[in-house]
Write a protein that binds this ligand. Sequence first.
Ligand SMILES: NC(=O)C1=CN([C@@H]2O[C@H](COP(=O)(O)OP(=O)(O)OC[C@H]3O[C@@H](n4cnc5c(N)ncnc54)[C@H](O)[C@@H]3O)[C@@H](O)[C@H]2O)C=CC1
Ligand SMILES: CC(C)CCC[C@@H](C)[C@H]1CC[C@H]2[C@@H]3[C@H](O)CC4=CC(=O)CC[C@]4(C)[C@H]3CC[C@]12C
Length: 369
Amino acid sequence: MADSAQAQKLVYLVTGGCGFLGEHVVRMLLQREPRLGELRVFDRHLGPWLEELKTGPVRVTAIQGDVTQAHEVAAAVAGAHVVIHTAGLVDVFGRASPETIHEVNVQGTRNVIEACVQTGTRFLVYTSSMEVVGPNTKGHPFYRGNEDTPYEAVHSHPYPCSKALAEWLVLEANGRKVHGGLPLVTCALRPTGIYGEGHQIMRDFYRQGLRLGGWLFRAIPASVEHGRVYVGNVAWMHVLAARELEQRAALMGGQVYFCYDGSPYKSYEDFNMEFLGPCGLRLVGTRPLLPYWLLVFLAALNALLQWLLRPLVLYAPLLNPYTLAVANTTFTVSTDKAQRHFGYEPLFSWEDSRTRTILWVQAATGSAQ
Ligand SMILES: NC(=O)C1=CN([C@@H]2O[C@H](COP(=O)(O)OP(=O)(O)OC[C@H]3O[C@@H](n4cnc5c(N)ncnc54)[C@H](O)[C@@H]3O)[C@@H](O)[C@H]2O)C=CC1
Ligand SMILES: CC(C)CCC[C@@H](C)[C@H]1CC[C@H]2[C@@H]3[C@H](O)CC4=CC(=O)CC[C@]4(C)[C@H]3CC[C@]12C
């Protein structure tokens, strides 16, 4: 990636490249990274859509593998110039055990770092999360904060705990000598709640609304702001960060960046209605229909049922004490750090992001209202 080798074609590896965000990163690299020579897509479950990408000018290599298996990761990383590590177990519903979440998110990240060091790969971009910061267990609001805003980050849930530890490992690895003697350069990107084409929770809300005759019922006060960012812009930020890591190693190495764009500040439910409204759903109530204490009770009941039923069946509803606390605590970011450090500007306007997401919801559910 040196000046003298401008024409050199680069090998990129995307872990988790078949997930919601990973697929967008893969497609964005193919569209927007002119120096791409080979794209390796590593995932536990490979998507059939990868086949169509193999007919293009860039060599696309699909690798079925598990980040918890160090030898599989090392084999995939060997010879790559850049790794975008987006694979992760996203579970705040109690579907997976805390041990499994730790294994995938923490040990998996450790394996990626060690593979870079052993094989001589110098550039690593990690998909972290806003959850590394908060909302914390005390429910403190984080109102339009930036990367330097003081906030008491206290976690107890396995998912944010694992993301925080993994992010720390990535940042701490910045500057380590890789095989060949050159330093590893790392950075971490922290998306807030990602939305866009492929967002399964959005589709679940839509289906639930249809089941309820086109109505959704407000659960969270409209005044609670929840940060959201469009998946295409998150992918673009990854591509740009990966591209600029070498030239701006001193500035970017070991840094964290919130992912942001022009998406409006709204509550989780009001934001979803930007897409579900045009698909025919209505949100009932200007205020929550149930008192908060009742939601807390229902969330606790769900947690109890999950525990009681675990030997028989997996009961993992959207509402639990953790998701309620996240949805009910203001957490929004306002920053320009990525713009200052590596020239990031959102690729998709809010209007574009909204239109694309609406079209996807309509198509994904077979409704064209
Ligand atoms: N969805 C969101 O709102 C946010 C997600 N993130 C982070 O973004 C990353 C991607 O998340 P999403 O695309 O939403 O999730 P996703 O579940 O759609 O994608 C994750 C991908 O990682 C793969 N994967 C999981 N375990 C693996 C393993 N052991 N080995 C190899 N591959 C494995 C999955 O098969 C999947 O394709 C994650 O690291 C997540 O923590 C961060 C902030 C917000
Ligand atoms: C009916 C309930 C009161 C509303 C439930 C909504 C929740 C399922 C979601 C509200 C906030 C979401 C989380 C947030 O966007 C931050 C996240 C970051 C990540 O890194 C992973 C996903 C998530 C934890 C996201 C998960 C769903 C919510 C809890």
